[in-house]
Design a protein around this ligand. Structure first.
Ligand code: AMP
Length: 598
């Protein structure tokens, strides 16, 4: 499969004078050549006996050293007031949280889930869980009861940390089918007691000191992040403590973190970015991380950038497109002179947005690429390197990326147990990574086969289509599967279809992503009704409401269309590609055109 050369937006060149600090990566080829994961690992302090614990690297070693009074996290509350936690504060609160877990007999490897907004409790729970050697699994507070229940079940959640309202609405009604869930810890339990829950702050207030941090081994599971596939249930990607080595390296090179930075990652920890780069990477580097407890509003965001004197900002295309739509006057009203580096991840970043960044902030937006399974940034644009708008950049030091040829069915071409690589510039294939980097997922929880199928011919296959140009810059082309990316959320069509199928009027349903100017894609459902049901606007509203109630607004379809029949293969698989081709007015039979056009 070949495609035309990438769009010819002029390259944005960098010169030394435009860089406010000396970048950590000055010479790409030289840094790559000199890099080794062993060396990177030596920049961490580790624990006696070869043990390694993310919370130690992110918190305790700083609290025990010269960073103890430095702000680790600075929360901006919805009313604009702030609340800062020093590294020493964070060490203490995570210690207490770990101690609560131990008192409740929550052990090494047990799963602790959170269903919380971006408040201090979430950050204490994440790091306190790892301190206790337990496994942290953050869920989006915007998920509906179905995704919450399903993930708690699949991940055998032992503990859930949440609020009273979220518990009542999303968990209490299904508590009887969550037998593993032993403890629900409420962060707002003051007032009347809530049946079946405990008061987290009360337990923390009387928790004894935890003592030495859990001596986890580098390969012990630390984090569980659910992601979506095309078919079947959500996949629980398993990450281990060793991942911190990659968080450290990528924080250094892709985000260019320096000790005095004030860094803001706008992602929610419910998404892997908000954990790897909203919690771990900045704290490992001992910087101050800003956390906004509220949602995107252009003026609020500019105010945060200005008042907090943010130097490094990591955000996402949907947010940038929304800001771009809001116009640049808002930016001019604020002093953003501290800002020196902007990075973006999660969806294709339009070249227009990269260029707009340069006009609006005086800085181009640096796209980077990774996914839940990779645990950390794999391909990036670096501060010292010219930016080719529309390109994801070049692989991180220590990361080998390639384009693997795909056959007519879309499967990777493997001969003699080796994947056939695409050497020609601009030829599209599947983006692949050489396994072995520290933050690579170690499995899909309980799904060995599904995990094994991600690897072929000596490569990890990412499920994304991409091409490489003659200088080694990678360009995103599209997903190789039917997974939907809407406002940064990866949504499995199967999960949405299954939920709608539970409605009495629905006979069949096919779900696809349709292009949207701001969110990239929005979820659209095509519904075939059972005999006796009439298509109507009322029924459409009812079905969308039905899905929203179960799945939550972030996952439920935004659009719904009735159809006489949902196209399927003879074996009964929904032909989502055909639905998409029809929706976009593309030829129905030509799948290669479909892929290239996505
Ligand atoms: P998630 O696992 O939710 O982080 O989603 C990972 C997927 O998001 C990738 O496999 C891509 O399809 C998409 N993605 C992430 N970063 C980028 C990027 N810079 N450009 C295009 N797509 C991206």
């Amino acid at each position: 499969m070949s495609a035309s050369a990438p769009t010819r937006w002029p390259t944005i060149t960098k010169d030394a004078a435009s860089l406010r600090v000396i970048p950590n990566l000055r010479d790409y080829d030289e840094t790559r050549r000199a890099f080794s994961w062993d060396e990177e690992r030596r920049t961490l302090s580790g624990l006696p006996g070869g043990h390694l614990n993310i919370a130690h690297e992110a918190v305790d070693r700083h609290a025990a050293g010269d960073r103890r009074s430095h702000h680790a996290l600075r929360f901006i509350r919805p009313d604009g007031t702030t609340h800062a936690m020093t590294y020493s504060d964070l060490a203490e609160t995570t210690d207490r949280f770990a101690s609560v877990l131990r008192d409740l007999d929550v052990r090494h490897g047990d799963r602790v889930f959170s269903l919380l907004g971006r408040t201090p409790a979430l950050y204490s729970a994440a790091l306190g869980t790892m301190k206790n050697g337990s496994v942290f699994c953050p869920l989006f507070a915007a998920f509906g009861p179905e995704p919450v229940g399903q993930r708690l079940r699949l991940g055998s959640g032992t503990v859930l940390v949440t609020t009273r309202a979220l518990y009542r609405k999303k968990v209490a009604p299904q508590r009887d089918v969550l037998p593993d869930l032993r403890h629900v810890l409420l962060v707002d339990a003051d007032g009347a007691p809530e049946a079946g829950t405990l008061d987290l702050w009360e337990l923390m207030a009387r928790a004894p000191a935890y003592g030495p941090i859990a001596a986890t081994s580098p390969e012990d599971m630390a984090l569980l992040h659910f992601t979506s596939g095309t078919t079947g249930r959500p996949k629980g990607a398993v990450h281990v403590h060793e991942a911190v080595t990659a968080h450290s390296a990528t924080g250094r090179y892709a985000l260019d973190l320096h000790r005095d930075d004030v860094y803001w990652c706008t992602a929610d920890p419910g998404w892997v970015t908000g954990t790897s780069y909203g919690i771990i990477a900045p704290l490992v580097h001992g910087v101050t991380a800003v956390v906004d407890e509220d949602e995107l509003q252009a003026d609020r965001w500019y105010r945060i950038l200005a008042e907090q004197r943010v130097t490094v900002w990591y955000t996402a295309p949907t947010a940038l497109r929304m800001l771009m739509k809001a116009g640049t006057e808002g930016i001019r009203r604020h002093d953003l002179s501290a800002l020196r580096f902007i990075a973006s991840v999660g969806e294709p970043l339009n070249p227009e947005v990269v260029v707009w960044g340069k006009e609006a902030f005086g800085l181009p937006i640096h796209d980077n690429w990774w996914q839940t399974e990779t645990g950390g940034i794999m391909i990036a644009n670096y501060p010292a390197m010219d930016v080719r708008p529309g390109s994801m950049g070049r692989p991180l030091p220590g990361i080998e990326a390639a384009i693997v040829a795909r056959d007519a069915e879309g499967a990777p071409v493997v001969r003699d147990e080796r994947a056939q690589l695409v050497e020609d510039a601009h030829t599209v294939g599947e983006l692949a990574l050489r396994p072995g980097w520290p933050s690579m997922f170690r499995g899909y929880l309980g799904e060995e086969d599904r995990y094994r199928r991600c690897f072929a011919g000596g490569w990890y296959l990412t499920g994304d289509l991409a091409r490489r140009d003659e200088d080694g810059y990678f360009w995103f082309v599209g997903r190789a599967d039917d997974v939907i990316k809407s406002a940064g959320h990866l949504i499995g069509p199967f999960e949405v279809e299954s939920s709608l199928m539970e409605h009495g009027a629905v006979a069949e349903v096919g779900v696809i992503g349709v292009p949207d100017e701001v969110a990239g894609e929005v979820v659209k459902a095509f519904v075939e009704l059972k005999p006796g049901f009439e298509a109507s606007d009322d029924l459409k509203r009812e079905l969308i409401g039905f899905a929203r109630k179960r799945l939550g607004a972030a996952v439920a379809p935004r659009e719904l269309e009735f159809t006489a029949s949902v196209p399927k293969t003879r074996s009964g698989k929904i032909l989502r590609r055909l639905l998409k081709a029809r929706e976009l007015g593309l030829p129905e039979g030509d799948t290669s055109t479909l892929e290239a056009a996505r």
